[in-house]
Design a protein around this ligand. Structure first.
Ligand SMILES: Cc1ncc(COP(=O)(O)O)c(C=O)c1O
Length: 453
């Protein structure tokens, strides 16, 4: 039994970080690195701010791993969850259903103009990707092409870390230790616009990348189930951004060669890149679209794989074995669905996509100084994601940059988590002008403190 005193007010308990080290194995972390500095304990949140046990405030520049859309402790989302809690907190989704899951599925179908009219629910992003992979292959089995069991991803892609999703993740650091457990996939050129040489446009990079995809499809399409893409921004892949032209070309090639297109919108969906779904910027619809993170506004674990009626219908049969026999205990949790419904209501009532157009412009202005900073390059932005990189000579001289930048940013009252030499911001949509200025100035100061000349 614990000898520690019961805590009635968590803000009065300053040693959560130390206690965490004794029992919590933190994600994506070398725990040895925490021997000197314990994880920062956050005890409450309010709008774009997170507060530690000493009541110090940190601006959540990255929306808590890209999940939060409308701020922490948002009164409208809180009350939607509270109201649902008084009705039914959870019920299994096999053989039963409930109003929030039905309403949410209907609303998502309508948002895709019924191109993606069927919603399959899980709890985390990686599971949504696994579901899309399994459904895609299963579809081909049901329709007489069981040999289509290979997948294509882009270089620097990230689709999660369960074994199936990890097979589609081209990040050596995350894959290397598990290579023998995962199935090989085809990795094709990313349309990352930073590859443009002097005088080249992002569209030309998109055409080159599409040509690489075409070459592979010409040889191998008979065995390929699906191509998976993070539309517009490969977030964990150093915020690599591409032209919507690539999505259009990829859609055409998939149609021509009889291969499914999966748009993984777990990070880029829900208005992050400007349109509600990132693929809308290219006027295409995929065969599968995965959502998580922002769909529950960063409140509760929820993920969804949307698919077309054509795919759904291929699973209808008198035989149980031809159904999609996949399940998660918390599939379509009513509290998570009520948070998602509250978030969608805010999108409508507050005209969030319009508001974000202006907000993205303000974010762009706040970071104009990056263009002039001789240490930095590749300032880029798609909607509410802005990123820039250290120049290679600065990155080489500062191998500990991302850790130092994280620490110095915290001292400036900012939560940041650079990816290697890439600094990015992806704030909640309720950030204010003065907070954008605070964020930009704090990042500039943290850079000065993190970089050795
Ligand atoms: C594009 C993309 N796909 C999938 C995932 C995996 O989601 P989760 O961490 O919820 O498993 C992530 C997570 O960052 C992601 O960014």
């Amino acid at each position: 039994m614990s000898t520690l005193p019961a805590v009635s007010n968590p803000t009065l308990q300053p040693d959560w970080g130390q206690r965490s080290l004794l029992s919590v194995w933190h994600p994506c972390t070398q725990m040895q690195h925490h021997q000197d500095v314990a994880p920062l304990a956050i005890v409450k949140g309010q709008r774009v701010w997170l507060y530690d046990a000493q009541d110090r405030a940190y601006l959540d520049c990255i929306s808590s791993w890209w999940t939060n859309l409308f701020g922490h402790a948002n009164p409208r989302i809180n009350s939607a969850i509270q109201a649902q809690m008084g009705l039914i907190e959870h019920v299994m989704l096999a053989g039963l259903t409930h109003p929030p899951v039905v309403e949410l599925s209907e609303k998502l179908a309508a948002l895709t103009q019924h191109h993606l009219g069927h919603a399959f629910f899980a709890s985390d992003g990686a599971s949504a990707v696994e579901i899309a992979m399994k459904m895609s292959h299963h579809y081909w089995r049901q329709t007489g092409q069981p040999q289509k069991n290979e997948f294509i991803c882009l270089s620097s892609s990230y689709h999660g870390e369960t074994l199936g999703a990890l097979s589609l993740t081209d990040v050596p650091l995350f894959r290397a230790s598990y290579e023998s457990l995962i199935k090989g996939v085809h990795t094709v050129m990313s349309p990352d616009a930073r590859q443009a040489t002097e005088g080249m446009q992002a569209d030309e990079v998109a055409r080159l990348a599409a040509k690489a995809l075409e070459d592979l499809l010409q040889q191998r399409a008979d065995h390929i189930s699906a191509l998976i893409i993070e539309p517009r921004v490969q977030c964990a892949g150093h915020m690599a951004m591409h032209s919507p032209l690539y999505l259009k070309l990829a859609r055409e090639l998939c149609d021509l060669h009889g291969v499914h297109l999966i748009c993984d919108e777990i990070a880029v969906g829900c208005g992050r890149t400007g349109t509600f779904f990132a693929c809308e910027s290219a006027h295409i619809w995929p065969d599968f679209l995965t959502l998580s993170k922002g769909i529950s506004a960063g409140y509760l674990p929820l993920s969804i794989s949307l698919c077309t009626p054509k795919i759904y219908q291929a699973f209808l049969s008198d035989h149980l074995s031809r159904g999609f026999l996949h399940s998660h205990s918390y599939s379509g949790n009513p509290l998570a669905c009520s948070a998602a419904l509250a978030a969608l209501a805010i999108f409508e009532s507050d005209r969030v996509l319009e508001h974000n157009l202006a907000l993205a412009q303000s974010m762009n202005s706040a970071f104009a100084w990056v263009q002039e900073d001789a240490r930095l390059q590749d300032l880029r932005q798609t909607g509410m994601i802005l990123a820039f990189d250290l120049k290679p000579e600065w990155a080489k001289r500062n191998p500990q940059f991302s850790g130092l930048m994280h620490t110095h940013a915290l001292a400036q009252g900012l939560l940041l988590r650079p990816i290697g030499e890439t600094v990015y911001v992806m704030p909640p949509y309720v950030i204010r002008e003065e907070e954008l200025a605070h964020m930009s100035q704090g990042i500039e100061r943290a850079l000065d403190l993190s970089l050795k000349p």
